[in-house]
Design a protein around this ligand. Structure first.
Ligand code: MN
Length: 367
């Protein structure tokens, strides 16, 4: 008996040490990629999703885990987003195979025991995640779907840990507008499922760096609420600028990393367009054929870089006339918004824009 008690005490010590270790645990490269994967799945940004998937697969994420994360997300973002993201994963695997890059398949989930009771197990998982029993009596069918299907069928698959599942869920909901109550609940749920406090504080930082400012701000606010901290969402806004921000740049979003906005200024009479870049936002490498593009930085701080040349810092007052046929990119600094006016001159017949590959983190993060 004494021996049993000693063993139990020993196990409890080990358990409490694990908790302490976990609270100092940081997000791995693989988990940082999962953050960007989940948020871009939710945004439906396939270009950036593929960048994030490649990053994950380069840092120990397996195909089985990526597939599992994107499948789970259908419960949060709907089948259209989930299926498009799975299609992107399939493309990435094919592209990596052609490029001769190694991609780890990973292990499949173990089959469930014959007597597996999804409702019973799902109720247990949901109670652990919520910290208390949860019954949605107003809509019993939804209560059943949450317990038996989401936390029963899906969470029972053991090719992704509960902690990773919650990192994925928090990141995806951060990319959904108007889901703050669910986001707060899942930040709390993530703590109950083994995500460390430090990791939770890192998620919004990764979102800011790799996804977008709006996603980061939502996540900062939810984390601050769960930890009863003053909100860390102290961002440099464009409020200081006298120049308009305009509308989200949806037309060219596929050629940008991060969010940007366009404000045409009397453009129908030939005036310039004011472009606003969120911190970290930049456009892909591109070429303006048979025309010169002029950039006039009017607010914040950013970069202009021509292929093979050092980047030029853009500050209010910096003017760059980009030669025709020069491959280049422009965008904000990592920690600052940036606005530049732009217009084209020396426009010849057949002038056009050619969009090329994204500016990778390797290049951008050196600045
Ligand atoms: Mn340009």
């Amino acid at each position: 008996m004494k021996k049993v008690i000693m063993m139990l005490t020993g196990m409890m010590l080990v358990a409490s040490q694990n908790v302490i270790a976990q609270n100092n645990m940081k997000l791995s490269e693989r988990q940082q990629a999962l953050v960007a994967i989940a948020a871009n799945e939710a945004r439906g940004n396939i270009t950036q999703l593929k960048v994030a998937l490649n990053d994950g697969l380069d840092h120990g994420l397996t195909v089985s885990e990526a597939k599992e994360a994107l499948s789970q997300l259908y419960a949060y973002t709907g089948f259209p987003r989930s299926l498009n993201a799975l299609g992107a994963l399939q493309q990435v695997i094919e592209e990596r195979s052609v490029a001769g890059k190694s991609t780890e398949a990973g292990r499949e989930a173990d089959p469930l025991p014959a007597d597996y009771d999804a409702l019973k197990q799902g109720t247990r998982v949901q109670t652990q995640l919520s910290g208390q029993p949860f019954d949605y009596q107003f809509a019993p069918q939804t209560d059943y779907y949450l317990k038996a299907h989401l936390f029963g069928d899906i969470f029972a698959r053991n090719n992704l840990t509960y902690a990773d599942r919650e990192i994925v869920t928090v990141s995806a909901i951060s990319a959904l507008e108007g889901c703050e109550p669910q986001l707060v609940a899942h930040v709390g749920g993530a703590r109950n499922m083994g995500v460390s406090d430090e990791q939770l504080h890192e998620i919004p930082l990764v979102l800011r760096q790799r996804v977008g400012e709006a996603e980061a701000i939502r996540c900062f606010a939810a984390v601050a609420r769960v930890f009863s901290e003053p909100s860390a969402a102290t961002v440099q806004t464009v409020d200081f600028s006298i120049w308009p921000k305009g509308e989200p740049n949806t037309a060219y979003a596929q050629y940008f990393i991060g969010n940007s906005y366009l404000a045409p200024l009397d453009a129908e009479h030939g005036g310039p367009v004011n472009v606003t870049f969120e911190p970290g936002c930049r456009n892909n490498w591109h070429i303006h054929h048979k025309q010169v593009q002029v950039l006039i930085c009017v607010a914040g701080r950013g970069w202009y870089q021509e292929w093979g040349k050092p980047a030029i810092e853009l500050r209010p007052g910096t003017v760059v006339a980009i030669p025709a046929e020069a491959k280049h990119w422009h965008g904000a600094a990592r920690d600052s918004w940036m606005q530049h006016l732009t217009f084209h001159t020396h426009i010849e017949d057949g002038a056009s824009n050619e969009w090329l590959e994204p500016v990778t983190d390797d290049v951008y993060n050196q600045l």
